[in-house]
Design a protein around this ligand. Structure first.
Ligand code: NDP
Length: 277
């Protein structure tokens, strides 16, 4: 990953460019809260917003984008099909619903939110259909482990371009990163700050002091130096700006390794092999 600045990109396996830094909006309320967050982000240079049908804020995301004045085609927007909407016909309907709420003609990235057993293969077929209609520019999965991807690829006509999974210094899953890399699947971090918990880590705090940066900035920079696309969430203007102010320093190789050594396979979210929603 060549880190050139806030709107630098990675190339997906279909040639489409994805900004490696985006704004997450999970738990941002629809209406003013999410609209403002999206506008703060776009006005400060972000070009990537990550939402989902589950978050119930797609309307506000679309409106925030229109109000920002930044042209739609300059912004990379992701949404996801929720578990109860999986299956072929349901996914086609869910996609239309997402597009109506966003008020868009096309989506940049559509993901299967979780690998729902017995459903995700059919869900993928529907997503491929929409992709072939060019209503989605790129397609991918979320919370897929290696065996889910292998299973999907047995029948997929279009292989996934992105896998969005929980990722922070306490949950690295280097095997999954390596597997995705060798299959041209971009690895994307959700809950990169572990929903705030990572900011309390002693080593992260010590490095923040050493580099005169915040703990959040150390973590976001670590994500990008590891080649992982990242979407820290905040609804607060100062945090949105500061979380992306990470292009004026570099974490040394030794300090990267120190952060890597925090890995303890600890999740804040569900295990993709064992979830009940
Ligand atoms: P994050 O790890 O991004 O942490 C967000 C939390 O950290 C919020 O409470 C936020 O509060 C706080 N925060 C943000 N910046 C700072 C800062 N600089 N200093 C102190 N606190 C800060 O958690 P998320 O779970 O939101 O993950 C990021 C995104 O990933 C989501 O928003 C969503 O888009 C996606 N996601 C995808 C999932 C999936 O299954 N595919 C699952 C979960 C998330 P505040 O807003 O008040 O600033």
């Amino acid at each position: 990953m060549n880190l050139s600045g806030i709107n630098g990109t990675v190339k997906l396996n279909n040639g489409y460019e994805m900004p490696y830094l985006g704004l997450g909006v999970f738990l941002a309320h629809d209406g003013d809260e999410v609209m403002n967050a999206v506008q703060y982000a776009l006005q400060s240079g972000y070009r990537h917003i990550d939402t989902a049908a589950l978050y119930e804020n797609e309307k506000g995301v679309g409106e925030g984008i229109r109000r920002s004045g930044v042209p739609r085609e300059d912004i990379f927007v992701t949404s996801k099909v929720w578990n109860s909407d999986q299956g072929y016909d349901n996914t086609l309907r869910a996609f239309d619903d997402t597009m109506n709420k966003l008020g868009f003609e096309y989506l940049d990235l559509y993901l299967i939110h979780w690998p729902v057993k017995g459903k995700y293969i059919e869900t993928w077929k529907a997503i491929e259909t929409i992709y072939k209609e060019v209503r989605i520019k790129s397609i991918g999965v979320s919370n897929f482990l290696k065996h889910h991807i292998e299973d999907l690829n047995e029948t997929a006509e279009v292989p996934p371009m992105v896998n969005q999974v929980e990722f922070h210094p306490y949950l690295v899953q280097q095997d999954l990163i390596d597997y995705c890399k060798s299959n041209q699947i971009v690895y994307e971090a959700w809950s990169p700050l572990m929903q705030g918990k990572m900011l309390e880590d002693k080593l992260i705090k010590r490095l923040a002091e050493k580099y005169s940066k915040t703990s959040a900035q150390i973590i976001v920079r670590w994500d990008l130096q590891k080649g992982v696309v990242t979407i820290p969430k905040s609804v607060k203007k100062e945090r949105i700006i500061s979380n992306a102010d990470i292009f004026d320093f570099e974490i040394s190789d030794d300090d990267m390794k120190l952060i890597d050594s925090l890995d303890r396979h600890e999740r804040i979210g569900a295990d993709p092999d064992n979830f009940d929603f």
